[in-house]
Design a protein around this ligand. Structure first.
Ligand code: NAD
Ligand code: ZN
Ligand code: ZN
Length: 340
């Protein structure tokens, strides 16, 4: 099988021919059809974060495909089922976090495309209990971006406890942001979309954003404040000043939800304003299996639109470069099933 492999941090990925992996107990082998390129895969390939993967590894945590072999003890999936293999590849199911509905905080978790090989490959392994069934009528190319970009932003909106009529700022209308915007609209919010490219701002307008803010030319916090300040700001831009601007644009009681993770990122949170204004800063990491099931259900019901461009896996390095230059409209999805 073919796979795109990170051999060393910061080096181009190498397309390799590998032997098909064999599923262990509780696992399945998936014949990947579609695999999304999340900005996290770029952080992984660059070794951007304090906890690093160990090369060589195959990135990708938006892999979607068909189960083709069951490991020992797997009874609830069948060969031919379409599943998605998200970032939360495995969690213990026994700890305080797992038992309280916060499996995404499990300290023993294994992350797909980071702690084990991921979806930039024709075949991949998944733990059956964490492989999410994709409902009938959802194409693998839509399911792929929903598997991380969708579930992560759906969860961020839940964490922000957004209610109808509230003002929600979406900072960064990329892969995550174009879906965040739609979930905020579904929650009944008024949405201010912020980006630094004309194309992304145009897309935000098409997807129903009420206020467009061009961070190259406008004072983001000032514009948000003109509208009374944001009840919630979802930070999705890989840019530290964008976090500070979103925080400064909150209204009293507002919540900054941190989702993007710029390399070595930090922000200054002014204590005086945070105390006086009663604002919160919250971190949000992907979403649970239940969150992903809801994301798929919403999409199957026709409530969301996934904007993606499909490409062969061989374009992986140029695709990464385009994401970094901000030239990709929403998501790139690798087509692993082409020619089969
Ligand atoms: P992306 O590159 O597709 O999107 C980023 C967007 O931010 C782009 O549209 C870009 O034009 C815009 N942007 C850049 N500078 C900006 C600025 N100053 N102001 C406003 N917008 C600006 O990336 P993505 O795949 O959507 O991922 C975004 C981030 O989220 C990454 O850091 C990724 O690692 C992280 N992420 C976190 C989680 C989580 O669970 N917390 C999950 C998935 C991704
Ligand atoms: Zn991701
Ligand atoms: Zn656990």
């Amino acid at each position: 099988m073919k796979a795109a492999v990170v051999r060393a941090f910061g080096e181009p990925l190498v397309i390799e021919e590998r032997t098909d992996p064999r599923p262990g107990p509780g696992q399945v082998r998936v014949r990947v059809e579609a695999s999304g390129l999340c900005h996290t895969d770029i952080h992984a390939a660059h070794g951007d974060w304090p906890v690093r993967p160990v090369p060589p590894f195959v990135p990708g945590h938006e892999g979607v495909g068909l189960v083709e072999e069951l490991g020992e003890g797997v009874t609830h999936l069948a060969v031919g089922d379409r599943v998605a293999v998200p970032w939360l590849g495995w969690a213990c199911g026994r700890c305080e976090h797992c038992l309280s509905g916060w499996e995404t905080l499990c300290e023993s978790q294994i992350n797909t495309g980071y702690g084990c090989d991921g979806g930039y490959a024709e075949k991949m392994l998944a733990w059956a209990d964490f492989a999410q069934p994709v409902p009938e009528g959802v194409s693998p190319f839509d399911a792929a971006p929903l598997t991380c970009a969708g579930v992560t932003t759906y969860k961020a909106l839940k964490v922000a406890q957004v209610r109808p009529t509230q003002l929600v700022a979406i900072s960064g209308v990329g892969g995550l942001g174009h879906l965040a915007l739609q979930y905020a609209k579904i929650a009944g919010a008024t949405v201010a979309a912020i980006d630094v490219t004309d194309d992304k701002l145009a897309l935000a307008g098409e997807l129903g954003a009420d206020i467009l803010i061009d961070a190259r030319k406008e004072d983001v916090a000032g514009v948000l404040k003109q509208h009374g300040g944001a009840h919630a700001a979802i930070a999705l831009a890989v840019n530290e000043p964008a976090f500070a601007a979103a925080n400064a644009g909150l209204r009293r009681g507002g919540k900054l939800v941190m989702v993007a993770m710029p390399a070595h990122g930090t922000i200054n949170v002014p204590i005086f304003e945070t105390v006086l204004n009663g604002t919160s800063v919250i971190g949000s990491i992907v979403g649970t299996r239940q969150d992903l099931a809801e994301v798929f259900r919403l999409h199957a019901a026709g409530r969301t639109r996934v904007v993606h461009e499909t490409r062969p896996l061989e374009t992986v390095n140029e695709s990464i470069a385009e994401v970094l230059r901000g030239q990709v409209t929403a998501r790139i999805v690798f087509d692993l099933g082409a020619g089969r």
